[in-house]
Design a protein around this ligand. Structure first.
Ligand code: PLP
Length: 472
């Protein structure tokens, strides 16, 4: 338990009781990571993933849907596109939702069976569709033109479940960019547009192999009732189609992901069980086994199970404002820096050894290493005074943060470490992804083609210097 005020500073060795709070857990992990050289002067930023936390989140998800007779939980790979994460989730019985050839490759490399992979993307090429159909990966067509492509591509038959994504147009949440069920969203068949419902029914009538409806109403910022209403709309459409066709052709519903995450404190709120309750209210028959269910949660499984640790390189003052210049900026907290109003993060202050900083709080900007003025992850945050060499922690960044870095300024992708921290103080760490090296950055920045533009511009007979690398 944390208590305010007069408690003496924590001893370096963390006791069982102190480890029970997430803050103490983070401190224990940072402490070990510093000692192991995983974060500090040489490695100024790293991501950390709580393995036990991930297991607990998957268990919560499974328990919330335990009354559904047939459910496949897939993980939205974009939320944490790291092979060891996908492997762990597969061990725990989960499949993967993928939206690009890269994500499909990661899921396969992690050992996820194709029958437990779902391909959703608004821009699938014919090649991508063919590959998915050949592998037996489920495909959710985004629109009727894509269905026509599938007609041709699955002519020889396929083991893939094929579905159609619909946009129930139930409206948006608080973050426009995360709301996929607005009237004008780019995703799915817009169900309330004139004639759309009839076209969808006809599409199913013409294709006996089309057996699934898919809807993903939105992500962060969507209220549970809105998400549940989108699922209810989808359920009603499935019932209407099956009634019209006189057969239960639609056998499964893919209800997407999108459970929002609380970034304000340590509480997991809403819980998966809150969502299944909301679903049960909106669609009382959803869990009666009439339809097999597929889910595609991402952020709600991983966000609270990860954090970023970053070194404070300098502290300075400008215009009366105190600024800590750290190594965690837009390259690893992209959304927070570019849309600070929509994606605020909690920041923690720790000493160079990883112990929590105490002392009087003062307002500080927490800035990052990128060369643009807006690279600030928190403005005017009240924190114990930071000094050079201290560590800042960005909480709740296990999804869509360090796993999805931005290559701005040729800053390297930070390393990611998995950890367990048991109540007796034992911390175990393992590498999930190594930090990107300068050689890798150079290779990915066209090093093999270094002379390409010089060669292209060199005219025969001109007195330009000889290209430094052979022409290709
Ligand atoms: C992004 C996405 C998800 C996962 O959303 P979360 O908010 O991370 O749960 C699921 N399905 C589709 C189609 C998506 O685009």
């Amino acid at each position: 338990m944390t208590s305010a005020g007069a408690t003496p500073p924590e001893p370096a060795a963390l006791s069982a009781a102190t480890l029970l709070t997430p803050a103490r857990r983070v401190a224990a992990v940072l402490n070990r990571a510093v000692a192991a050289g995983l974060v500090g002067e040489e490695q100024p930023v790293a991501g950390f993933l709580d393995t036990d936390g991930i297991r607990a989140s998957v268990a919560d998800l499974a328990a919330a849907f335990a009354h559904a007779p047939d459910v496949l939980h897939t993980f939205a790979v974009k939320a944490a596109s790291l092979v060891p994460v996908l492997r762990l989730l597969a061990e725990l019985g989960m499949g993967c939702e993928v939206a690009s050839p890269g994500e499909l490759r990661l899921a396969l490399d992690a050992g996820v069976p194709p029958s437990r992979i779902v391909l959703d993307s608004p821009a699938k090429t014919r090649g991508e569709i063919s590959e998915a159909l050949a592998l037996g990966v489920a495909v959710n067509a985004d629109n009727l033109d894509e269905l026509r492509r599938i007609d041709a591509l699955r002519a020889g038959g396929s083991a893939s479940v094929v579905g159609l994504r619909v946009n129930p147009q139930v409206g948006g949440g608080t973050i426009g960019a995360m709301s996929t069920a607005t009237a004008t969203s780019k995703f799915g068949v817009a169900l309330r547009d004139p004639g759309a419902r009839d076209r969808v029914v006809k599409a199913f009538a013409e294709r006996p192999w089309l057996t699934r409806l898919h809807a993903h109403v939105g992500s962060q910022g969507c209220p549970l009732a809105l998400m549940a209403e989108g699922v209810a709309e989808t359920y009603r459409l499935a019932e209407e189609i099956n009634r019209t066709l006189g057969t239960r052709q639609i056998t499964s519903l893919d209800i997407g992901g999108g459970l929002p995450v609380n970034f304000d404190d340590d509480a997991t709120r809403p819980a998966f069980a809150d969502y299944t309750r909301a679903l049960g209210t909106a669609v009382p028959d959803l869990f009666d086994g009439r339809y097999a269910l597929v889910t595609e949660f991402g952020r709600s499984l991983l966000a609270k199970n990860g954090f970023i640790g970053a070194r404070v390189e300098y502290v300075k003052e400008a215009g009366g404002r105190r600024i800590a210049v750290t190594h965690a900026g837009a390259q690893t907290a992209t959304r927070t820096v570019l849309m600070p109003g929509a994606w605020p993060l909690r920041v923690g202050a720790f000493g160079a050894d990883g112990s929590p900083r105490t002392g009087a709080r003062l307002r500080q900007d927490i800035a990052g290493p990128c060369c643009f003025a807006g690279d600030v992850v928190a403005h005017g945050r009240e924190l114990p005074e930071l000094e050079e060499g201290d560590l800042v922690v960005l909480y709740d960044t296990g999804a869509y943060y360090f796993s999805t870095p931005w290559g701005y300024n040729s800053l390297p992708r930070p390393a990611v470490h998995g950890f367990t921290a048991d109540p007796s103080g034992g911390v175990r760490l393992t590498t999930v992804r190594a930090a990107q090296t300068l050689d890798e950055i150079a290779a990915e920045s066209g090093l093999a083609h270094a002379g390409a533009l010089v060669s292209l511009g060199a005219r025969t007979g001109a007195t330009a210097p000889a290209p430094s690398t052979p022409r290709c």
